[in-house]
Structures are given as C-alpha cells and as structure tokens.
Design a protein around this ligand. Structure first.
Ligand SMILES: N[C@@H](CCC(=O)N[C@@H](CS)C(=O)NCC(=O)O)C(=O)O
Length: 278
C-alpha cells in the first residue's frame, strides 16, 4: 500500500499549468481554438489531419486496407498534426474536430457535384463512416455487424484506461504513484484477458471475418502485446496472453497494416516514418 498522502483537494479546482508530466504544456481545461490557422487541402477525396499514434493509426490502416481492396475512392491526403506543438488548437482543426484531438477527417468527395464536405471526428466514427461508405470491413449480416460494432465501441470505451490511465501514470506522469499504476495495470490486464478469451474461439475479433473492430483494437492492444507501447511488456506480462499474441502477429503481417502504421509517424526508425501521405 502507498503511504498516506498529505494532499487535500482544494475547495474549487484551479488550473496549475505547471503540473509537470509529458503533456503538461498542451493540456488545458478549456476547449476551442487558440489561434487562427487554416488547414491545408490536397487533391484527394479524403483529407486526414492526424498523427501516427494508436488513434491515428486506426484510420490510416482503414484507408490502406480500402485501397488494397481496390476502392479507388479512398485516396487520401494525410497531413501531420503535431499535438506537442499545439496544432490541434488551430481554428481550422477545431472546425473539423471541436474536441481538439487527432484524428480529424474531411470527406471532400463529390466536390464536382457541389456536395457539402462532411467532417468526421472520433476515430471509431471514422471507421464506421468509411465502412458504410465503401461497404467494406463491416459485414451486412446483422449478427456479425452487431458483434463487430460491439467490439468497436468496447475499444473506444476501454482504450482510455490503457492510454489515459495506465500509459499516463506508468510512462508519462512526473512521478511514479503506486495507486493509479496498480489500479490501471489491473484493469488493462483484465481487458487483455477479455480479448484473450474472445480470440480463443475466434480467428478475428468479431468472428471469422477481418473487420473494423480488428483495425480499432490492434493499434492499442495488439501493439501493446507485440510492440513497445509504454515499454510495459514485461510489467504486464503480455506474452502470457497467447491468443492475443497470435492475433496481433497475424494482423501485423498484413501489408496494409504495415503501411498504415507508418503514415503520420515522426519517431522511431527513419525507414518506418511517412510523416505525410499525398
Ligand atoms: N476518442 C478519440 C481520442 C483521440 C485522442 O485522444 N487523441 C490524442 C492523441 S492519441 C490527442 O490528439 N491528444 C492531444 C491533446 O490531448 O491535446 C478518438 O479515438 O478519436
């Protein structure tokens, strides 16, 4: 157990901009734009404003899978949004995503017929929008579709425990605090066990078919299992989740996944970085 803390929360919370931690400089308690900045627009039907983090990679994998499957209408420009420089607070970005988080997407297809561009924010909404638009990676069978959507929404609800909870306190907080690390490690291990049991009887997350549920879950839990997310492999004993291991390696071997995970990436091996894609 941790020692008893002497910290007592104030009566009313006040913003301490100097609180430390890796993202202290960009995190704010207020929404909205801080500066006027238009977003660039390229020649392709889709304009993606993003960064190669797990939430961004979900969408670049989907675009690369669509293109690999022959959907030429899925051509996209992927512009780099540097969240550590605060690009997500520019006025143009906030118009596409009022929540100021990557990824943000504009569907500008149909410009020749004066169709109003469509904004989409939240990575899960993007996967669903693209799956419906192209009739791909989300089977029509109501049972399979519902199962895939259940797992897609499971991911959207669960990953903040892994990223904002475990990852933040294990890797980014200014000090190591036992209580939150312990609490979130337990929850992440429970989530890995949920996936491991599902993948014991299923080739892919939602059954026999590769769907947007795999694309949503892999960049978080797949990369945690076989990659270097938060350098926590040993701490979380990720190798013990055998079915997650099998599935994560299978998804990782897909050529479209290999391409998708490099787009908007600006760290790691140079030959695995494609900062922008046009
Ligand atoms: N639920 C959102 C989460 C997006 C998100 O948290 N994006 C992070 C990077 S992975 C971000 O842009 N952070 C910048 C900030 O918090 O200012 C989604 O899935 O699209």
């Amino acid at each position: 157990m941790s020692k008893k803390s002497t910290y007592v929360p104030a009566k009313v919370w006040k913003w301490n901009a100097e609180s430390g931690g890796r993202f202290a400089a960009i995190n704010r308690p207020i929404a909205g734009a801080t500066n006027e900045k238009e977003l660039p627009v390229g020649k392709h039907p889709f304009q993606l404003y993003s960064l190669g983090t797990p939430n961004g990679v979900k969408v670049t994998i989907m675009f690369e899978e669509l293109l690999a499957a022959g959907h030429k209408g899925a051509e996209y420009d992927a512009w780099l949004i540097n969240i550590l420089d605060g690009d997500q607070f520019g006025s143009g970005f906030v118009e596409v995503n009022p929540n100021s988080k990557i990824p943000a997407l504009m569907d500008r297809s149909g410009q020749e017929t004066n169709k109003t561009p469509q904004r989409i924010f939240e990575s899960g909404a993007m996967l669903l929008y693209l799956a419906d638009k192209f009739g791909a990676f989300l089977p029509n069978d109501p049972g399979v579709r519902t199962e895939a959507l259940s797992w897609l929404f499971w991911q959207m609800g669960s990953a903040p425990m892994l990223g904002g909870g475990f990852g933040h306190f294990y890797a980014y907080a200014p000090e190591k605090y036992e209580y939150p690390i312990d609490r979130y490690a337990m929850e992440v291990k429970r989530q890995l066990d949920v996936l491991d049991r599902q993948l014991a009887d299923n080739k892919y997350i939602a059954g026999d078919t590769y769907t947007i549920a795999d694309m949503a879950i892999w960049p978080w839990y797949g990369v945690l299992a076989i990659g270097d997310l938060y350098s926590a492999q040993e701490y979380l004993d990720v190798k013990s989740y055998k079915n997650v291991q099998r599935w994560a390696k299978m998804i990782d071997a897909r050529p479209a996944v290999k391409r998708g995970k490099m787009v908007n990436r600006t760290w790691g091996d140079e030959d695995e970085q494609v900062p922008e894609r046009h």
